[in-house]
Design a protein around this ligand. Structure first.
Ligand SMILES: CC(C)=CCC/C(C)=C/CC/C(C)=C/COP(=O)(O)O
Length: 293
């Protein structure tokens, strides 16, 4: 059964021509130019204004404008325009979200370009680029994977092995999820990035989300939860993650939103790892197999 809102918007536009006279384009109700968009936001709160605004929005819709004249221009002898197709009605009020997203994107690009001060040797902070690249390696997947495998091979306690096995699972899960999202979103890296990264996978030509940021958030949360560290070391771990994230933008590898989402994703990944925590009780095969090596 159609909702009341649908039945109003679904009515043919000419069906209530009497009320259209007070809201022709250019009249105060219409507001002229692009102001009707703002009115359309208000109309959702004003009972009874729906019909008028739906008509106004329809007459200004680019789809509608292409093939017909606005209502005021149409004489009484002209046939009323046909009702809007469903997809147009769903799209009547897209502008607020659209504008908000486009503004966020513009701010993101502008800020990322401004912060990309180590993007090249000749950039304003080009002299710290080698340091930033060192930081980049500290958050790369290969050292973390090899380091974890090495520690696993040297570990002689069940507790240590359990933690390291879960760290390995976390790192692999992270690689998989980041590759999946990068492949789906396919956001290009910033134009000012130089593609001179240490070992990359094919999806690493894409930038959303930052794999270094996800790893930084995941690994630091993992370490803080499973290693007993003195406070200064705990602070250092958090600082490392934050500076690594910032360095991705400074190197020009990423936009700010890639890193922000990367931190969020890495943080959530830890929750998944914690929830699926592998232990000799729920994954005995893994532990027995490793023990035999
Ligand atoms: C087992 C396996 C598939 C290992 C691959 C390790 C590897 C090459 C990871 C890529 C790490 C990387 C370059 C990520 C890109 O980080 P962004 O922060 O630039 O997204």
């Amino acid at each position: 059964m159609p909702s009341p809102r649908r039945s109003v918007e679904g009515r043919p536009l000419g069906a209530s021509a009497s009320s259209s006279s007070s809201s022709s384009p250019g009249s105060p109700a219409h507001g002229g130019g692009g102001r009707f968009e703002f009115q359309s936001l208000l109309s959702s709160r004003a009972p009874g204004a729906d019909l008028t605004c739906a008509r106004l929005r329809a007459s200004e819709s680019p789809v509608h404008r292409r093939g017909s004249f606005p209502l005021a221009a149409a004489g009484p002898s002209q046939a009323p325009p046909p009702p809007l197709p469903e997809e147009d009605r769903m799209d009547l009020n897209p502008s607020f979200l659209g504008i908000a997203l486009r503004s966020l994107l513009a701010i993101d690009l502008w800020l990322s370009k401004k912060l990309g001060v180590c993007a090249g040797e000749s950039s304003s902070w080009g002299s710290v680029r080698p340091l930033m690249k060192l930081l980049e390696i500290s958050g790369h997947g290969i050292p973390w994977l090899l380091g974890t495998l090495y520690c696993l091979s040297r570990s002689d306690s069940w507790a240590g092995r359990e933690v390291l096995m879960n760290l390995l699972f976390a790192l692999l899960l992270d690689l998989l999820l980041v590759a999946l999202i990068k492949g789906l979103v396919r956001r290009r890296r910033p134009a000012h990035n130089q593609m001179d990264m240490f070992v990359t996978l094919s999806v690493d030509k894409y930038s959303f989300p930052s794999g270094h940021a996800t790893r930084a958030a995941l690994v630091s949360r993992f370490i803080l939860n499973h290693l007993v560290l003195a406070i200064p070391l705990r602070v250092l771990v958090v600082l490392w993650a934050l500076v690594l994230g910032l360095s991705r933008v400074m190197l020009g590898r990423h936009n700010v939103t890639d890193v922000a989402f990367g931190f969020f994703l890495g943080y959530m990944q830890y929750s998944i790892v914690d929830y699926c925590w592998l232990s000799p009780h729920n994954a005995p095969v893994l532990f027995v197999l490793w023990n035999q090596q």
